[in-house]
Write a protein that binds this ligand. Structure first.
Ligand SMILES: NC(=O)c1ccc[n+]([C@@H]2O[C@H](COP(=O)([O-])OP(=O)(O)OC[C@H]3O[C@@H](n4cnc5c(N)ncnc54)[C@H](OP(=O)(O)O)[C@@H]3O)[C@@H](O)[C@H]2O)c1
Length: 211
């Protein structure tokens, strides 16, 4: 992957534009898609994520090396797994029955939601991160590398290369990262876990994940 791979964000609600903003400001070319005509999101992107390009979802995915899923989990089944083959897929989604309703596919007492996403996208390399930080904080909490108190994010996946790629992107965005060696280990990042929503430095984040 080149130094500034093309990135796609699927979702243009609360999370997608902020994600597009921080990725664009970190120097990456970013395309954003909602579920329909890109004209519908062009104005909001021009205000919230200047420089990010509105696209049809299929076009955004096709031109990207990594695709960030910032859509509600109950809409996940709409995605075309074939289009995501060969891509790094960054799963920022959470299973949240009060808003998603009970999703039979994700109502699993053992597997984490990103493991289920990976099973549905066998040709993709799924990385779980960014699900445990609020969208408003994602913009505000960025700090240059080495800053005291810099916030940490967990980055989990079964493919070490994909995890390293996304960790490097998040470092450039403004976060320390704790890499976790599998999507199963990434269950620690889910709602109810000690680091979900927590603003922690890398040391504290590591302690909480391993406790
Ligand atoms: N809110 C947070 O602070 C936060 C933080 C971390 C992670 N997350 C996760 O981020 C996800 C999105 O949350 P949100 O609060 O941003 O949701 P939201 O405001 O409801 O926005 C959902 C967006 O997803 C788009 N979408 C739906 N189906 C799509 C598809 N098939 N292809 C492309 N885009 C599609 C919608 O587009 P249309 O309008 O065209 O349907 C809409 O732009 C959730 O899974 C959530 O758990 C949220």
């Amino acid at each position: 992957m080149n130094a500034s791979p093309h990135l796609a964000v699927l979702g243009a609600g609360h999370t997608g534009p902020v994600l597009a903003k921080v990725l664009t400001e970190a120097g990456y070319p970013v395309s954003v898609a909602a579920s329909g005509d890109p004209e519908r999101i062009a104005l909001i992107l021009s205000f919230l994520a200047p420089g990010a390009k509105p696209r049809w979802a299929a076009d955004a995915v096709a031109e990207a090396e990594a695709v960030f899923l910032a859509l509600p989990l109950h809409r996940f089944a709409e995605l075309d797994p074939a289009g995501l083959t060969g891509k790094i897929v960054v799963d920022t989604m959470n299973y949240w029955p009060p808003t998603d309703g009970v999703q039979v596919a994700f109502d699993d007492p053992v597997r984490g939601s990103s493991e289920i996403v990976q099973a549905a996208l066998p040709g993709a390399r799924v990385v779980k991160t960014l699900n445990h930080i609020g969208y408003h904080e994602l913009d505000d909490s960025r700090r240059p590398s080495g800053s005291p108190g810099r916030r940490a994010l967990g980055v989990a996946g079964d493919d070490a290369g994909a995890v390293a790629t996304i960790a490097a992107i998040l470092d450039r965005v403004g976060y320390d990262t704790l890499t976790l060696p599998s999507l199963a280990a990434g269950r620690a990042l889910q709602p109810g876990g000690a680091v979900f929503g927590a603003d922690l430095t890398l040391d504290r984040f590591s302690q909480e994940v391993s406790s």
